[in-house]
Design a protein around this ligand. Structure first.
Ligand code: CTP
Ligand SMILES: C[C@](O)(CO)[C@H](O)COP(=O)(O)O
Length: 244
């Protein structure tokens, strides 16, 4: 089935506190975002990427695409006000490019076009340690169940605040959610037609709000989201370890 990855890198990186948005900071001499793109390009030869970044940084995006020699596989679009709006901009590109239309004309007088399903991955550009194995696991499960949301179990003790009181939670029941959140395109396109709700923190919440179940799959502890300066140091040391 057709494979499309929407890599969202449209944020400002406020928590990182750096003038350059974190997706463009260097990790062992290469931008964080470059690692994320590379993993998807390597996972499947026939996968296309929609890269969502702020228009003001298109020059940086173009440089990354050139360094990866991937201009024929990557389309760049502008970011939105929130992550939800950035994903929506990416999804709009799928329709604009007619990627889901298969021409099934039997003869010229009876031309008809059929909409096909694709597998769409939505990935945080700043989860730069994503593995090919996880991408492939998400693809396989999506074909089988319609979605794949990577998740890992909690390793810290967890408490939930209830009216200001920290109540202990059974951490065995907690799952920490990652990306790539992966869906059949018809499910995702329908869900993203909804009006924005601030409770939409990821694609799974959007799809559930459209009354569709979502299915978790095993995530990876190394698949961290670069959010604060310490995450950058951790990623650097994980990459150093994997190169030895
Ligand atoms: N309007 C937005 C906001 C976020 N993102 C992307 O969504 C991913 C996860 O978001 P987060 O870590 O929150 O990134 P920022 O919004 O940049 O960080 P912060 O909240 O600290 O400003 C990142 O790859 C980010 O670039 C996006 O594409 N468009
Ligand atoms: C999508 C996500 O990475 C799943 O864990 C997360 O919800 C993004 O949150 P952020 O606050 O926008 O970084």
């Amino acid at each position: 089935m057709q494979k499309i990855a929407i890599i969202v890198a449209g944020g400002a990186g406020v928590r990182m506190g750096s003038a350059t948005p974190k997706q463009f900071l260097l990790l062992h001499g290469k931008p964080v975002l470059q690692y994320s793109l590379q993993a998807f390009l390597d996972a499947y030869d026939d996968l296309k990427i929609i890269l969502v970044i702020p228009e003001a940084h298109f020059d940086k995006g173009n440089q990354i695409i050139e360094d990866l020699q991937a201009a024929h596989r990557v389309t760049m679009v502008n970011g939105g006000e929130t992550r939800f709006h950035s994903v929506k901009n990416g999804l709009a590109q799928i329709s604009l490019q007619n990627w889901l239309i298969a021409n099934t004309a039997v003869n010229k007088s009876e031309e008809s076009a059929e909409t096909q399903n694709a597998v769409v991955f939505v990935h945080d550009g700043v989860r730069c340690l994503i593995s090919k194995e996880l991408i492939r696991r998400c693809y396989e499960q999506t074909i089988e169940k319609g979605s794949a949301i990577p998740a890992v179990t909690a390793t810290d003790s967890i408490r939930i605040m209830e009216n200001g009181i920290p109540k202990v939670a059974n951490r065995d029941n907690i799952r920490i959610i990652q990306t790539p959140q992966t869906f059949l395109s018809n499910l995702l396109l329908e869900a993203f037609a909804q009006t924005y709700n601030p409770l939409f923190t990821d694609e799974a919440t959007v799809v559930e709000a459209a009354n569709h179940p979502i299915f978790l799959t095993e995530g990876e502890y190394n698949n961290i989201k670069i959010t604060r300066p310490a995450d950058l140091l951790l990623a650097e040391s994980i990459i150093s370890g994997s190169q030895q």
